[in-house]
Design a protein around this ligand. Structure first.
Ligand code: SAM
Length: 346
């Protein structure tokens, strides 16, 4: 009897330890930026200025922060950047992250977002280090257009090879994310639908958000979900698929013959903040509770001052208590976030 009671108490205590924000959302999804360097200069993201200051912490410091977070109920960790494949020690970090245990005793779900430029040569070692899933960013399926957007010649062929290598390595399902920006690539919707069917990857279109260094964003620059659906229908009838989880950000579709999968992530026209389960850690160790936060919370500062794990836990809890209910994109008085996407971690 005592053991049953004990286990009930332990379970209850475990529940109480989980991070719940003031809006009742369980925070189970941590995104860690491991560098804010990037080898692409995508027109909608970066200014193209070389030599800007960048920030990285030792790999062990990300690991310690991740461990403390996992003890608070984080179940999924996504590594991002900047460009995470530029980061030395990335596979070591993955290997060590895969040894952590979530509150229910399983390994955390490890995912990574990359521009794919270095993926062909790294796909197998990433898998061997414990990566389970990968998302590759591609904003066109046309070599010339791709180079115009990334501002790096020859990038398309490399990324395509990277996507195929990730599939071969079993990093399935490979997701391909395309940010649609009016005037740049809205004509790529149907080509991407074909790409999903031919390459066997999940393609997800993302509405452009006001997060770039160059402040290109206007409401008109957004290609909204409705328009993406219409373009897809002009190709073939689409069929809505059930969400995988309540916190899923993408509305999912396949086609009438069941071949191909498309997701639309519509943070601007159909915000999903009500289900947000995320918290972000920047490459310089600051917590961000929302992409559009006006401030960061310096978790690394706590470590630098010699703070214990318990102090870090208290700091994280206090920070999560300040998580915003939602973003205010497109509303009068919208304030631009305190950092751009490349310095937050997408
Ligand atoms: N370098 C990696 C990559 O390219 O996937 C990871 C970092 S990147 C900042 C992560 C994702 O954010 C990319 O898919 C990128 O297209 C997306 N992104 C950047 N700026 C964005 C914006 N203003 N609105 C929507 N998505 C954006």
């Amino acid at each position: 009897m005592a053991t049953v009671l004990d286990s009930i108490q332990r379970a209850a205590a475990g529940k109480a330890e989980r991070l719940i924000d003031p809006h009742g959302r369980a925070i189970a999804d941590l995104r860690i930026s491991v560098t804010d360097r990037c080898n692409y200069k995508c027109v909608y993201c970066r200014t193209g200025n070389e030599g800007a200051a960048y920030a990285e912490l030792p790999i062990e410091d990300y690991l310690r922060m991740a461990r403390v977070f996992v003890g608070l109920g984080i179940e999924k960790i996504r590594l991002t950047g900047g460009e995470p494949l530029l980061r030395r020690g990335l596979t070591d970090l993955l290997r060590q992250l895969s040894r952590l245990r979530t509150l229910d005793g399983s390994a955390p779900d490890l995912a990574l977002t990359t521009n794919g430029h270095l993926l062909e040569e790294m796909a197998e070692s990433l898998r061997d280090a414990g990566l389970s899933r990968i998302t590759v960013s591609m904003d066109a399926v046309d070599a010339e257009r791709f180079a115009r957007i990334t501002r790096v010649p020859g990038s398309y062929e490399r990324v395509l090879k990277g996507v195929r290598a990730a599939k071969r390595a079993g990093l399935a399902p490979v997701k391909v994310n395309c940010v649609l920006l009016r005037g740049f690539n809205e004509d790529q919707i149907v080509p991407f639908a074909r790409f999903s069917r031919e390459e066997g990857v999940i393609v997800r279109f993302i509405e452009f958000m006001p997060l770039g260094e160059d402040r290109l964003w206007t409401p008109e620059s957004v290609v909204p979900l409705r328009e993406i659906e219409e373009a897809l229908r002009s190709f073939r009838p689409i069929v809505r698929m059930a969400p995988n989880a309540a916190s899923e950000t993408a509305v999912r579709y396949t086609f009438d013959d069941g071949v191909g999968e498309i997701g639309i992530i519509a943070p601007v026209t159909q915000a999903f903040c009500g289900h947000c389960s995320r918290v972000r850690l920047t490459s310089d160790g600051k917590i961000r509770t929302c992409l559009f936060s006006q401030s960061d919370h310096d978790l690394y500062g706590v470590m630098q001052r010699g703070g214990s794990d318990e102090e870090m836990v208290r700091f994280i809890r206090r920070t999560i208590e300040q998580k915003e209910a939602r973003h205010h994109i497109g509303e009068p008085g919208f304030l631009k976030p305190s950092r751009s996407m490349v310095h937050i971690g997408g």
